[in-house]
Write a protein that binds this ligand. Structure first.
Ligand code: TYD
Length: 409
């Protein structure tokens, strides 16, 4: 069995969990496939729960890490130019706020070194990345990277070899970990007494208010808001002392935590808590209508795309992000609906999207072909992509934007 169904909240261990969204059964979104392997594809439930006790929103069906993050993991962060810019400015913030020459920075889930590449030279850097092929891409850039999952034992080995870290980061990975207690303990082991743990995760408030349901997939076990995170760190003698909203992945939060210090917190922490309270994120009611909102988006998209196909129009898709696969499978789209999907990640080109089996091709095809309609799966880069594809749009191609509401531009 490569998945387990849990009955306890990942943070507070409570059992009063309310299911508010069911997206059906889906294959893991980064398991791009090919014709020879289609038959081996497995699907797992994608249901989202709210914990009445600590208010963490989470998945309870957990697919094994080995099945999600493996040899052929397809997500390379540096394939998206705007994300590289984001991490460049993130690195500047860390240097300005916390780091001095030769301090150690450890990045958990360092991917292809997208953040650490901007800190080498100033600090000592170390990446930790479980997908061997992605870790290798970071090493090629000269970033020392350990293959594997971060644990207390690994933290002890790092301290023995390199000393303690002034800054530990975990970006788009802290929400991916089932045993969060182990990670927080490991972070504590690794940090200096005045060290800082900084994590970026997709923000629940953006997910709910902008109907970003496609960001739900098996890798994302938690959908964080500030309140449950404060509770989590508290349990380990730590404290959240600053929170910033950042405009990546459809809206994220950057959360700063440290060992309890008695020092004042940035007012952002109390402000964010209040914002969440006002938005209804601390009770189940706000979540109860979400399934209907999501079903409505599916209804609109399906009738639009199939309607265009019936009229003989060509419809394709743009970007093959992980979240795109949730959307494609939830809508039941296949290559009969969308002729191909273009993506800039070399490792995805030539493969088929998981579940929906749509061929992934190089964006170069759009220099010679002009589809009538293009479903923008990488909607989080909307402005960047619409600008980049001005020539294609002038030739007559129209983009279908699925999120936060269906729109044709
Ligand atoms: P991204 O939104 O970063 O993440 P996730 O997989 O977590 O949902 O993925 C964006 C995808 O879109 C990635 O596979 C690269 C691709 N892409 C393009 O094909 N063209 C572009 O111009 C950009 C910005 C991204």
């Amino acid at each position: 069995m490569s998945f387990v169904h849990k009955t306890q909240c990942r943070i507070c261990k409570g059992e009063d969990l309310v299911r508010f969204l069911s997206l059906g059964e889906h294959p893991p979104v980064d398991n791009f496939t090919d014709k020879a392997h289609i038959e081996n594809e497995k699907r797992y439930p994608l249901d989202v729960y709210f914990c009445r006790q600590c208010n963490l929103v989470q998945l309870l069906d957990v697919v094994t890490q080995e099945e999600l993050f493996h040899q052929n993991y397809a997500y390379f962060s540096s394939a998206s130019a705007p994300l590289v810019e984001h991490f460049k400015s993130y690195a500047e913030d860390l240097k300005k706020d916390f780091l001095q020459k030769n301090d150690l920075v450890v990045d958990i889930g360092s991917n292809d070194g997208i953040l650490l590449q901007f800190l080498t030279g100033t600090c000592r850097v170390l990446g930790i990345e479980p997908s061997a092929n992605v870790a290798e891409a970071a090493r090629k850039k000269g970033i020392e990277t350990i293959d594997g999952f971060f644990t207390v034992e690994m933290a002890k080995n790092i301290v023995a070899k390199y000393g303690k870290a002034k800054v530990v980061t975990a970006n788009n990975v802290f929400a991916h970990i089932d045993d969060i207690d182990e990670i927080v303990s490991a972070v504590q082991t690794l940090l200096t007494d005045d060290g800082v743990f900084v994590s970026e995760s997709h923000y629940l408030l953006d997910l709910i208010s902008k109907r970003e349901f496609d960001t739900v997939y098996h890798e994302h076990l938690c959908y964080y808001s500030v309140k449950p995170l404060m509770y989590l760190f508290e349990r380990f003698g730590m404290e959240v002392f600053d929170v910033r909203r950042v405009d990546v992945h459809g809206g994220s939060i950057r959360v700063y935590a440290r060992k309890k210090s008695g020092k004042p917190h940035n007012p952002s922490v109390a402000m964010m808590l209040q914002l969440e309270e006002e938005a209804g994120l601390h009770g189940p009611l706000r979540f109860s209508g979400f399934q209907k909102e999501v079903d409505a988006i599916r209804g609109e998209l399906v009738s639009l795309v199939r309607g265009f196909s019936k009229e003989g129009k060509t419809v394709t898709a743009y970007g093959a992000p992980a979240k795109g696969n949730t959307l494609l499978n939830f809508c039941g789209f296949t290559a009969a609906d969308l002729k191909y999907v273009t993506d800039t990640t070399p490792q995805k080109i030539g493969l088929l999207t998981p579940g929906s089996h749509i061929p992934v091709v190089s964006p170069l095809i759009l220099t010679t072909e002009t589809p009538d309609y293009i479903l923008l799966l990488a909607w989080n880069y909307r402005e960047f992509i619409l600008k980049k594809e001005e020539a294609l749009r002038e030739r007559g191609a129209k983009f279908i934007i699925p999120i936060p509401e269906v729109e044709i531009v």
